[in-house]
Design a binder for this molecule. Structure first.
Ligand code: GRF
Length: 193
């Protein structure tokens, strides 16, 4: 059995897609959702999905080893960031080498880095008159949006598209691909027997 931990700071629609995708799978379990935001929509989604939630604050995340210890104690195989806004501390990256993945709502290395999250990304894409954008799923290192790319998918941007239109196209791509890319990454993880 492979165990997933999902980190989310916002609405959590990607987290829900992943949880639903793996529901009923005997070999994979979404074990819990972790969030830094007690007001995040993901909390209500987790309640509906009967998934446990661990809320943490900045001090716990950056100045203690509690989150790493908890994930290890929970025997988590893969950490999946789904709209998680905080930079992952180096200690967590080191504790889960090649086992933390993120989704970014643009075609990295374009429109990535600090401050490039959520609507800022789609606003920038529209402002730059891009003709296409997309999603990037990548391994996580100590820098924003910088780890090895696992998967990308693109969609067209038309001259009349608003940032909201782009956001909707991106969400469709995310829902179509993130769960199955997580599944593929899990297939390469052979820690437990
Ligand atoms: C997604 O577009 C994800 O790529 C980004 O933040 C958004 C989160 O949406 N980094 P949701 O919380 O999964 O609905």
């Amino acid at each position: 059995m492979k165990r997933l931990a999902l980190f989310a700071s916002g609405s959590g629609s990607n987290a829900e897609q992943i949880a639903t995708y793996f529901a009923g799978r005997p070999d994979v379990e979404v074990s819990l959702i972790l969030s830094n935001n007690p007001k995040a929509g993901v909390i209500e989604r987790a309640r509906r999905l009967y998934l446990p939630v661990l809320l943490f604050d900045r001090t716990t995340f950056y100045d203690t080893d509690k989150i790493v210890a908890f994930l290890q104690q929970q025997r988590i195989d893969l950490v999946v960031l789904a709209g998680f806004m905080w930079l992952v501390p180096a200690a967590l990256v080191r504790a889960f080498p090649g086992r933390i993945i993120n989704i970014h709502p643009a075609l990295l290395p374009k429109f990535g880095g600090k401050g490039m999250y959520g609507h800022h990304v789609h606003d920038a894409v529209v402002a730059a008159s891009e003709t296409e954008t997309g999603i990037t799923i990548h391994f996580v290192n100590e820098h924003y949006d910088d780890g090895q790319i696992i998967f990308q998918a693109a969609c067209p941007v038309s001259p009349t598209d608003t940032a909201d239109d782009v956001a909707q196209k991106i969400h469709e791509l995310e829902y179509a691909h993130y769960p199955r890319v997580v599944d593929a990454v899990l297939g390469r993880i052979t820690l437990d027997v």
